[in-house]
Ligand binder design. Sequence first.
Ligand code: NAP
Length: 282
Amino acid sequence: MIVLKGAEVSAGIREQVQQMLAGFEGPAPKLAIVRVGENPDDLSYERGAKKKLESFGLRVQSYAYPLDISDGEFKKAFQAINADDDVTGILLLRPLPGQICGKDIEQMIDPDKDLDGISPVNIAKVFAGDESGFAPCTAEAVVEVLKQKGIAISGKRVVIVGRSMVVGKPLSMLMLKENATITVCHTRTQDLKGTCRGAEILVAAAGRARMLNAEYVGDNAIVVDVGINVDADGKLCGDVDFESIEEKAAMATPVPGGVGAVTTAVLARHLVQAFFKDKKVL
Ligand code: NAP
């Protein structure tokens, strides 16, 4: 089985970003990471994103708020970031605590700064196949891995396990745009094993540690594991039982070191795209 390493794909995106920035003088594009509370997963993602973007020559500023901030106070702070001309793009770490109306924030975020595709405008563009918006970075990262590794998507049977608005649903639209034949699975899917075994490209985005073993994988399938989970021993793992599929799959992404590394690279590319769209360079 060939291991599809995220670092190689990320390096390819880094080159694209550097080409886009070549010859540009002045302050680099700036990402605002907005976080409420101190959730360890958020902190870890924030650290990873900051490190990656800064290594690409981009600026990152964190905006952190206490977990008990009121809806009104948070919206006021968010609107100020949204309106700040020095902020090129925004990454909002979610879920937000219950007292903050997440739907209002999705409506409020400037679609041109909405790098992770949460605003209704960007979601609509993803569903319409309109490339002028931003798709959620993780969904785009899955397509990026396949494309950069030269894996044909057109006409392939693609099965996606998971139907969230962050991964499964937008990814199904991105794959459809690439002319794949899509099946989206979820907790009510009957015969999940059989459906997954029929996939030429299987994408795992269920958030269940090592749930998909060799029984779910067809011969020579390509497996992309989006899951980031912590197992009973406190070890980071994906939704795929990587060792069990080694004799079965043709290629698979590892966890860690797979899609996660590509997601932050896609975020960096979105930031630069947002920057030059403003300046009408692209
Ligand atoms: P989510 O909102 O919890 O959605 C999980 C989806 O999987 C739901 O649609 C759910 O079905 C389905 N599902 C759960 N258990 C299942 C089962 N036993 N059989 C079939 N379907 C099942 O999760 P998410 O935000 O999409 O994230 C999914 C995973 O990706 C998580 O591990 C998360 O940490 C990871 N992730 C990684 C990145 C990255 O950069 N690599 C970014 C975002 C998320 P129902 O709709 O029926 O409940």
